[in-house]
Write a protein that binds this ligand. Structure first.
Ligand code: 5RP
Length: 227
């Protein structure tokens, strides 16, 4: 099995404070991180509670016996550790491969520091190179949102569920549209704002100017990209 995700997770775990509340992102790399965090908590090395960013993250916390908190009790988090689908050279991100982008963004926005754990395959010059940009859409508004996105020259594709007929329904009861751009995007800030202006788009998977550090795992070790 590849060590790249493990090495990214091990690198980021060194940033965990001795005590306090942090955000727990979602995805397979975060799952590896959560196992190590659970071990450190059970051995008494740290006293950490987490705000989970999805049902998956909640289940990971339960599995690894990581104490849970929420944004009402802890509206300011020391940091969040999360994965990403693409990372550009300014450390802007595409997220939402697992459909958890909305809560992931809320948790990241509550954090003093956002630390991303990825392998090198996620690094790109510009976003939307290999991965479409997902947006979370209120089901009531699907038709009109689709039409407005198409008018921008972007192709929206509804994300279909696996092992269930019909669309993916997010943890918030919404749908996901995966947006295929004609070419990698030049100005993620503008695209993020333009998309958020469309009523019915609850959130986008573009995380612009939010990341502080990216820990990139390789087979041998990890290196850190900073702004
Ligand atoms: C889920 C996400 C994940 O963080 C992203 O898809 C990366 O996942 P993985 O670590 O499994 O590659 O944004 O919505």
């Amino acid at each position: 099995m590849s060590n790249t995700k493990l090495n990214a997770a091990k690198s980021a775990i060194e940033l965990i404070p001795k005590k306090g509340a942090i955000g727990l992102g979602s995805g397979s790399t975060v799952a590896i991180f959560a196992e190590e965090l659970g071990r450190r908590i059970s051995e008494g090395e740290v006293e950490i509670s987490v705000v989970p960013s999805s049902y998956q993250a909640y289940q990971l916390a339960v599995l690894y016996k990581i104490p849970l908190t929420n944004l009402d009790i802890d509206p300011e988090l020391l940091l969040t550790i999360d994965g990403a689908d693409e990372v550009d050279k300014d450390l802007n991100l595409t997220k939402g491969g697992g459909g958890a982008l909305f809560q992931e963004k809320v948790v990241a926005s509550a954090s003093k520091k956002l630390v991303i754990i990825v392998d090198e395959s996620k690094l790109v010059d510009r976003l939307a190179t290999r991965f479409p940009i997902p947006v979370e859409v209120l089901p009531f508004s699907l038709g009109v949102v689709r039409r407005k996105i198409e008018a921008m020259g972007i192709t929206p594709k509804i994300r279909e569920a696996q092992r269930k007929i019909g669309p993916v329904v997010t943890d918030n009861g919404n749908f996901i549209l995966d947006l295929q751009f004609p070419e990698p995007i030049q100005n993620p800030t503008k695209i993020a704002v333009d998309l958020k202006m469309i009523p019915g788009i609850v959130e986008t998977g573009l995380f612009v100017n939010m990341t502080n550090e990216v820990h990139v795992g390789t087979e041998e070790n990890a290196y850190i990209l900073k702004k």
